[in-house]
Design a binder for this molecule. Structure first.
Ligand code: WQD
Length: 334
């Protein structure tokens, strides 16, 4: 079975490609390296001793998609390719809607043309906006998103709902990721954003490796245990493995649309993350409390029992594993 992975050299995309190859799937991949490096392809080969059929290009380019679908018999598409920084999206809404929404419409039109009707879509917990009830189930109200990144994911979920209703041959699985962190145990792939990281864990890692002087903690006046933001951090390998279960679900379901929260069900604050990172890696992380970041919410953590029940999947790795693996990956310079 051949899987087409968009954003295949990205953080979650690369870890999922490793799991797909090790599970025996053939993989065709597309990436424009807007937030990743070409060397990730070599690392994936080093880990799995297998290769992806790789195409360099942009999801907005219908020609490259036509080339991929005409040269490969694609059974399932996993769509990761998107910009993903909450803070960045507040500054650049148009770029986010073009890249995160228009590109999916281009992809869906080519899928329809080639009669490829199984899709796993990478969505986000940010579609819940400012959640009212914790932990968050899939029944929770979506909307009221606080940043264009989250809104872009909400728009695509609406498009997919309409498509699933209109075309009963489509089988769609939407994964709402909480906060993916950590790295593959080989430490050959991990979270390696270009430039200054927007997300907490890669920023902490750059402080740990002395590439940045200290962490800015965005506010300590939230309605949480210690006043800092609480999130549901999930190890990227646990998250990648869920996509194997998602493919199995798509191959064995009568429902057109499934939506799952992928988290651990536990929330940790920024300061809890810092303290755990320091303990696990025996290192000091300097930080300063600064003002809140626009678009952030107080707390956000998952009830993932539906994924456990229907996908037979659950997170197995804890915060200490995430801190250890993220740091060890950051120590290797590629
Ligand atoms: C986590 C916490 C910040 C950086 C986003 C997307 C989500 C996912 C992960 C795709 C918050 C605080 C952060 C820093 C800080 N994306 N923080 N100093 O915004 O919860 O989630 O990224 O997979 O879909 O929405 O993640 O890591 O940016 O922030 O204090 O330098 O850390 O305020 O409380 P976020 P994050």
């Amino acid at each position: 079975m051949k899987v087409f992975v968009t954003g295949c050299t990205g953080y979650i995309g690369s870890h999922t490609c490793v799991e797909l190859l090790e599970a025996g799937y053939e993989v065709a991949g597309l990436d424009n390296f807007s937030n990743s490096k070409k060397s990730v392809l070599d690392r994936i080969k080093e880990i799995t001793n297998k290769e992806i059929k790789f195409y360099e290009g942009d999801m907005l380019d219908k020609n490259i998609l036509e080339k991929i679908f005409s040269e490969n018999k694609i059974d399932i598409v996993i769509d990761f390719a998107a910009y993903k920084s909450v803070g960045d999206s507040v500054q650049k809404p148009v770029e986010y809607y073009i890249n995160n929404v228009s590109s999916v419409l281009t992809l869906l039109s080519v899928m329809q043309k080639y009669n490829v009707k199984k899709l796993l879509f990478s969505s986000s917990a940010t579609v819940y906006g400012t959640p009212e009830v914790m932990p968050i189930t899939e029944e929770a109200k979506v909307g009221g998103t606080t940043n264009p990144y989250g809104t872009s994911k909400l728009y695509v979920e609406g498009i997919l709902k309409d498509l699933a209703y209109a075309d009963k041959d489509f089988k769609i699985c939407v994964f709402r990721y909480f906060n993916p962190v950590g790295a593959h145990p080989s430490y050959l792939i991990g979270e390696d954003p270009l430039g200054v990281p927007a997300n907490l864990m890669p920023y902490i890692c750059k402080v740990a490796t002395k590439e940045l002087p200290y962490l800015n903690v965005f506010g300590n006046d939230y309605n949480t245990l210690d006043g800092t933001g609480v999130r549901d951090y999930i190890h990227v390998v646990d998250l990648a493995k869920a996509h194997i279960n998602g493919i199995e679900k798509l191959n064995n379901t009568d429902k057109n649309l499934h939506i799952y929260n992928l988290g651990t069900g536990k929330g940790y604050s920024v300061l809890e993350m810092v303290k755990t990172f320091e303990k696990v890696n025996n290192i000091k992380i300097d930080y300063r409390i600064v003002e809140r970041r626009e678009g952030d919410v107080d707390e956000c953590y998952a009830d993932s029992s539906l994924a456990e029940k229907e996908l037979n999947w659950y997170a197995t790795l804890g915060l200490e594993d995430m801190c250890r693996d993220a740091y060890n990956f950051s120590l290797k310079k590629y």
